[in-house]
Design a protein. Structure first.
Length: 206
């Protein structure tokens, strides 16, 4: 047997409450959602839904103090979804507050900051990848996402015009290993080895 229909003109308790909420709407009142949610024992999102059902749009529904706290928590590293849960609002509402206040979003991951720091310190993509225990492809992808230009290890295939054979030989004769010299010039140790062999200065050091 189907649900019995309501009698014409019958108003439920929730509808009576909703009508009272709508009557209290004041577009100039800061934090109206917070106040009404507290007064009627419901969430702020529920108050917003009631307003929307009656054709009333609320821009934010946060007091200036609440907006300041939202911005402060976001800048402190709290994710948007946690802020939204705390303030009983949708994620997009929190994002709109940040946007209206000119707060840039999309903060880089802490590991991305470490990638940028190591790369700017002179480490190659491969060495950065080993340092953070990731593959070189991931490091290049993260650098590109931060608009950091990745220098090609080999601008011309088979050639390294920036490598000075005489300087390499001098460093090798001074006691540096292939790998130490390779790290200095950001290239493979095999490239250093080949140049040293070409000049007949190869020894037993690795």
């Amino acid at each position: 047997m189907g649900k019995r229909g309501r009698k014409p003109g019958f108003i439920t308790g929730n509808e009576t409450r909703d009508q009272k909420i709508v009557q209290e709407f004041n577009p100039k009142e800061y934090g109206i959602l917070t106040r009404l949610a507290h007064d009627y024992g419901v969430t702020k999102e529920r108050i917003r839904q009631i307003f929307q059902r009656h054709g009333i749009q609320v821009v934010h529904g946060f007091t200036p103090e609440e907006e300041a706290r939202i911005i402060q928590e976001y800048r402190a590293g709290v994710p948007i979804y946690k802020i939204a849960r705390k303030f009983q609002a949708a994620n997009r509402r929190i994002g709109k507050v940040l946007q209206d206040h000119g707060v840039s979003r999309g903060r880089p991951h802490p590991e991305d900051l470490e990638v940028a720091r190591l790369y700017h310190a002179g480490m190659s993509v491969e060495r950065v990848a080993r340092a953070i225990k990731r593959c070189p492809y991931t490091v290049r992808k993260r650098l590109a996402a931060m608009n950091i230009e990745v220098k090609a290890r080999f601008p011309i295939r088979g050639q390294r015009p920036d490598l000075n054979d005489q300087e390499i030989i001098q460093l090798y004769r001074a006691g540096m290993t292939y790998r130490d010299i390779a790290a200095k010039f950001n290239c493979s140790w095999k490239s250093i080895y080949n140049r040293i062999v070409k000049h007949g200065s190869v020894g037993s050091r690795g």
